[in-house]
Design a binder for this molecule. Sequence first.
Ligand code: GDP
Ligand code: ADP
Ligand code: 5GP
Length: 205
Amino acid sequence: MFVLSSPSGAGKSALSRRLLEVEPALAMSVSVTTRTPRPGEVDGVHYHFIDRARFEAMAANGELLEWAPVFDHHYGTPRGPVEAALAGGRDVLFDIDWQGTQQLRESVGDDLVTVFVLPPSAAELERRLHTRAQDSDEVIRKRMSKAAGELSHWAEYDYVIVNDAFEAAFASLRAILAAERLKRERQTGLTDFVRGLIRDLEPAG
Ligand code: GDP
Ligand code: ADP
Ligand code: 5GP
């Protein structure tokens, strides 16, 4: 389970989109949210857009792996698709805030890799929120005012990437995924292979 968090506008969605293009064994966790779609956002692709009653029913029924209020709305991770992807041997990418990350860490424990994305500067963060051109000035003001709060959780993450030059940030993100997949404890399929090697290499007798 591969988690990205950042202040809004630092580049999680752009990095995620790019990573999914080149990593077929990675599945995106599509969250439910009570916020309304931005121009160009597709229901079922970027989010499942649902109303508050449905959200509360899902939370009450245990259908959410984690959920949290973020910027006046509710966001949550549907449990079923994540469990199905993991059971099918795929890794799962999450774009969630610090509250959701803490909940995942409590519920799934060790098999979680977390990455915090930093903007190169406050001014650039604000510029990106404006150039994304999908939120009103009021919404952007609110997101900027919450940026420091999200940032204050950066030290709870395993890795930190400054998203200045996009290609360099993307290369770092991909390197983290590659290294984490190579961890011995994740390469469970190699146990029999190594046992066989040892048997073949051991001096006879
Ligand atoms: P606000 O209306 O955006 O300020 O939302 P709050 O986060 O303050 O939530 C209002 C109330 O709804 C609180 O009592 C929450 O505990 C409750 N609530 C929020 N989300 C959920 C949910 O997903 N499930 C359930 N069962 N209760 C929720
Ligand atoms: P988040 O998902 O973290 O809220 P986005 O991925 O939507 O942020 O990025 C916000 C805006 O900044 C988008 O328009 C995106 O294309 C742009 N962006 C992302 N990374 C960079 C970068 N390294 N340099 C310049 N612009 C970027
Ligand atoms: P946006 O409205 O820009 O798509 O997302 C706003 C914030 O909500 C981002 O910080 C994003 O990571 C977070 N978020 C999106 N989906 C979820 C989710 O399922 N759970 C939690 N906890 N946060 C989420």
